[in-house]
Write a protein that binds this ligand. Structure first.
Ligand SMILES: Nc1ncnc2c1ncn2[C@@H]1O[C@H](COP(=O)(O)OP(=O)(O)OP(=O)(O)O)[C@@H](O)[C@H]1O
Length: 250
């Protein structure tokens, strides 16, 4: 569904590339991208949504989903409606209320004003933020801010939803709420990077593990957890097994 072909990306000319001749295709469905800090997950996502342009190679969405972007063409915003992105760092825009911020996200994606109003309202209700719509976003808690970020990513009904560590910084109860919400609220294709693996079998259809800019393991959630013996924290242990196989002790 989302394909990286021979992609090379480095942050500055003299720095070692984070991704070097990276080729991988995320299958259709719900993919989770795992990997230790610094593996390149955020870099990969920012290339997927066109925030960054590869120095070489091609990033493309499947023909039914969207256009091709490559090193030979300048990065451009993907067609409205194609991709919804929730970055790790969700910021409130000064002076805007919660619903205004979600509407603004819709407007940026080319939606008409009256459509953004209805859709923002509907999403914020579904995400449990109906009481916060008229408040300034700067007063939201971390968990509420993430839910607003999800509404901003989804307001234009994207075909593909890319979420960068949506549960980072949330407490365990908020994390489990958030996972339930994601499972319920979207029919989109998804690619989600996370360090939280506990619910992996309930949410995802594909697991990819990134290490030093390479996918070192991929398979179904069932195959992933079965890398570790049955028992508590099986998915976390499975991640450690993959890291160990790759020579890391994390
Ligand atoms: N803006 C930047 N400028 C220079 N180097 C960067 C920048 N952003 C990331 N890097 C480097 O690129 C590499 C990959 O970082 P990236 O954020 O993609 O990893 P990640 O897997 O998302 O990590 P985390 O799990 O900690 O979010 C790291 O070595 C990081 O230091």
């Amino acid at each position: 569904m989302l394909r990286f072909e021979d992609v090379t990306y480095s942050y500055a000319r003299r720095r070692a590339p984070v991704l070097r001749n990276f080729t991988y295709e995320f299958p259709s469905g719900r993919s989770v991208l795992l990997g230790p800090n610094g593996a390149g997950k955020s870099t990969l996502m920012s290339l997927a949504v066109g925030w960054r342009t590869p120095q070489a190679g091609t990033v493309s969405l499947g023909p039914d989903v969207g256009p091709k972007r490559s090193a030979s063409r300048r990065a451009h915003a993907l067609a409205p409606g194609t991709v919804g992105f929730m970055p790790q760092d969700i910021r409130h825009l000064p002076g805007l209320t919660v619903i205004e911020q979600v509407r603004y996200a819709g407007w940026l994606k080319g939606m008409r004003q009256r459509d953004t109003e209805a859709k923002s309202r509907e999403l914020l209700c579904r995400l449990g933020l109906e009481d916060k719509m008229a408040d300034s976003a700067k007063n939201l808690s971390g968990g509420q801010l993430r839910r607003m970020g999800l509404a901003m990513a989804m307001v234009h009904e994207p075909k593909v939803l890319i979420l960068d560590e949506p549960t980072a910084g949330l407490d365990p109860a908020q994390r489990s709420n958030f996972r339930e919400l994601i499972a319920q609220v979207s029919d989109s294709e998804m690619i989600i990077s996370t360090h939280q693996v506990d619910d992996i079998q309930a949410i995802y259809s594909n697991v990819a593990v990134l290490l030093s800019g390479q996918v070192v393991w991929e398979g179904t959630p069932r195959e992933f957890v079965s890398l570790a013996p049955e028992g508590p924290h099986q998915a976390e242990l499975a991640f450690k097994v993959v890291m160990k196989q790759e020579g890391l002790s994390e």
